[in-house]
Design a protein around this ligand. Structure first.
Ligand code: MIC
Ligand code: SF4
Length: 657
């Protein structure tokens, strides 16, 4: 049997384990990326590891999430990141240069390479035929120092595309279809590998949209072959020499296969409050729209914005609709300016925000109370927009623009029927205007040692972890339902400025869910008790932010017992010494209540000995149940040591001895 493209790339990077579904493999990482909101912690940890230089081929630190500088904290972070980049030979993409995934696709992604990024949308690079995976900052820091990245050997799903997208239907509708088919849970450990004749009509930025939002299904990554479209894209970026033709063997074996007829797709939307809540746009016609935001790492390429500009050309927006446009990168902005599209936005009354994450992460542009906001981004979790009761729909740029013009949810088909607007097909430049002036090149190796790392008062220390307690004796400090996201655990938006300061950020754990959690947990920690989080299915969906593990750990959380976990968050919990345990039955979950006293006698010994079933005692209810500990030997050693930093330090100490 032949091999999938996923398998070929992973096997060519294999340093530990073997190709066997479910087993753990360790791979060599060629490239890394970080962004400011996860990067400061990643580099604080990299510093703490004491590595002198980088082991990767290329590492880029992006500043894109928090660029508003509503206080000194952001600026302190930016300055720290620049100084660290200088010290270690990392490239730095300055604030204003664009969103990490868009810029990485444009300037650095390479077919056949591996990329590890401290952001859950790192799989965007799969649009270029690379294995691009999101992880916590500590995993990226370890990869920077040359450690392999460990992941469960994936189950590869072949997604065969046939036909071509119809008018007013775009790549976003394809990935929304994938979300309709696969949902946002139950896909942990899978890779979506796209194939089939329908690929020919999809450009790299369109493929990147699909790979980007595969993250919402919870897959490890998504990947497209590297073909003629890839070559043309790299050529337009002046990087054709990086191209190689890559694809699966003709008789490649897959765990599962689905077929999608692109011609049968229609405009879709993810309704509030989950990307998996997919419905046809035609069913939403009566919904009045207050705000429309076009941008984010999902949909802010040149083609996306040129298409929207042509739809707006010569037209004005209704007075009660606010249209926000955030170009994905400075390159996109310069090129739409060169080609006249920027003028269309300005003339139509769109509001321009600098190239950054902006509205997508709730950093500005919060909708009015109860408002409907249509966004071209990838997440519509409740409250993420900055307005607790806003209703956010995720749509394609075409649907967003049509809705902005009509003032209610509408697809391009409706716009064509009502205003006679024809589907635009802007020519995509064969050669983009290129300018890397806002990417700071690494210093000459001789100069690096002289670079001073600059820390302002907002830069705290790396996380402090303590070994796993011998016995757990504590309390179920909070009981949660299904699909708790990392946005619930650690709010972003206005709170993001504390990302470099664990003590300050910890005060906001579960802020939007249970505002008294942090003080309650801190009090029980200070009284010498351990905190345990109890949750339902898919705990830790969404972002890669490791603060969702670090800050609860700082509040004394030693274990999370959930019905199931999302991949990145489970790995982050392990990295920070918090034990993820799974309920064996729904009944056990139902029995435990918030406030119950929980005990696990001999916890450390059981974890170290490889026990799969761990007996939990609910002293309040007077009952006992087995929770499942599905960790590898490597992960158990990390948990017992109190986290990956502690484990790496003790490994180094052994080497030195
Ligand atoms: C997000 O989209 O939620 C973020 C902000 O990009 C996160 C990273 C973070 O929390 O810093 C992600 O997706 O990983
Ligand atoms: Fe930034 Fe939004 Fe993309 Fe996250 S999903 S990287 S916040 S644009």
């Amino acid at each position: 049997m032949g091999k999938s493209l996923t398998r070929k790339i992973l096997e060519s990077h294999l340093v530990e384990g073997e190709w066997k579904a479910g087993g753990e493999i360790g791979i060599r990482i060629d490239q890394t990326l970080t962004q400011d909101a996860t990067g400061t912690m990643a580099y604080l940890q990299f510093e703490a590891m004491g590595a002198a230089s980088l082991a990767t081929d290329l590492s880029v630190s992006y500043i894109d999430h928090n660029t508003l500088q509503m206080g000194f904290e952001n600026a302190d972070d930016h300055r720290y990141l620049l100084s660290v980049a200088r010290r270690f030979g990392i490239r730095l993409s300055r604030a204003g240069n664009g969103i990490c995934h868009q810029v990485h696709l444009e300037r650095f992604g390479l077919p056949g390479a591996t990329l590890l990024g401290s952001d859950s949308h790192t799989p965007t690079g799969g649009g270029l035929g690379m294995i691009a995976i999101g992880a916590g900052g500590l995993d990226v820091a370890l990869a920077l120092g040359g450690s392999p990245f460990f992941l469960p050997c994936p189950e590869v799903v072949r997604v065969a595309l046939k036909g071509a997208l119809g008018p007013w239907v775009s790549a976003k509708d394809l990935v929304l279809k994938m979300l309709e088919i696969f949902g946002t849970k139950g896909n942990v450990g899978r890779v979506f590998e796209y194939a089939g004749p329908g690929l020919a009509g999809l450009s790299v930025p369109e493929r990147a949209t699909v790979a980007n939002m595969g993250a919402e299904c919870g897959v490890t990554t998504s990947i497209f072959p590297s073909d003629e479209a890839t070559r043309l894209y790299l050529r337009s970026q002046g990087r054709e020499s990086g191209w190689a033709s890559l694809g699966p063997d003709p008789d490649a074996e897959y765990a599962m296969e689905v077929e999608i007829d692109l011609g049968a797709l229609e405009p879709l939307a993810a309704a509030p409050h989950s990307p998996g809540n997919v419905v046809p746009v035609r069913g939403l016609k009566d919904v009045k729209v207050d705000q429309v935001c076009i941008g984010s790492c999902t949909n802010s390429s040149y083609k996306d914005l040129a298409t929207v500009a042509l739809m707006l050309r010569g037209r004005a927006l209704p007075p009660d609709v606010s249209l926000v446009v955030t170009p994905g990168s400075r390159q996109v902005l310069m090129n739409i300016e060169r080609d006249g599209y920027l003028a269309d936005f300005i003339a139509a009354g769109a509001r321009l925000v600098e190239s950054s994450c902006s509205f997508c992460i709730g950093n500005g542009q919060a909708p009015a109370s109860g408002a409907v906001s249509l966004r071209s981004s990838n997440r519509n979790f409740e409250g993420r927009s900055g307005t607790a009761d806003a209703r956010v729909y995720l749509v394609s740029p075409e649907t967003a623009a049509a809705s902005a013009l009509l003032g209610r949810i509408a697809s391009g088909l409706d716009l064509e029927a009502e205003l006679g607007v024809r589907p635009p097909s802007p020519p995509v430049p064969g050669a983009f205007l290129l300018d890397d002036g806002m990417i700071v090149a690494p210093l000459d190796p001789k100069e690096r040692a002289k670079a001073v790392i600059l820390r302002g008062p907002n830069i705290g220390g790396p996380p402090v972890t303590v070994p796993l307690p011998e016995n757990l004796k504590g309390v179920a400090s909070i009981k949660l339902g299904d699909k708790v996201t990392t946005d619930h655990i650690m709010p972003a938006g206005a709170r993001m400025k504390y990302r470099s300061n664990i003590a300050a950020y910890s005060a906001f754990v579960f802020e939007g869910v249970d505002p008294s959690f942090a003080s309650r947990a801190a009090a029980s920690r200070d009284a010498g008790s351990h905190n345990v989080i109890v949750a339902g299915l898919s705990y830790g969906q969404g972002s890669s932010r490791e603060h969702a593990a670090i800050c609860p750990a700082a509040l004394g959380v030693r274990a999370v017992i959930a019905k199931s976990f999302e991949r990145i968050h489970a790995a982050n919990l392990v990295n920070f010494g918090v034990l993820p345990l799974a309920f064996a039955s729904d009944g056990d979950y139902a029995a435990v209540e918030q406030g119950d006293a929980l005990e696990i006698p001999g916890l450390r010994a059981q974890v170290a000995a490889g026990a799969r079933k761990i007996r939990v005692r609910d002293a309040t209810k007077g009952l006992e149940f087995d929770a499942i500990c599905d960790l590898t030997g490597r992960q158990r050693a990390i948990i017992v040591a109190g986290g990956a930093l502690a484990a790496a330090a003790s490994a180094r100490a052994k080497e030195d001895a």
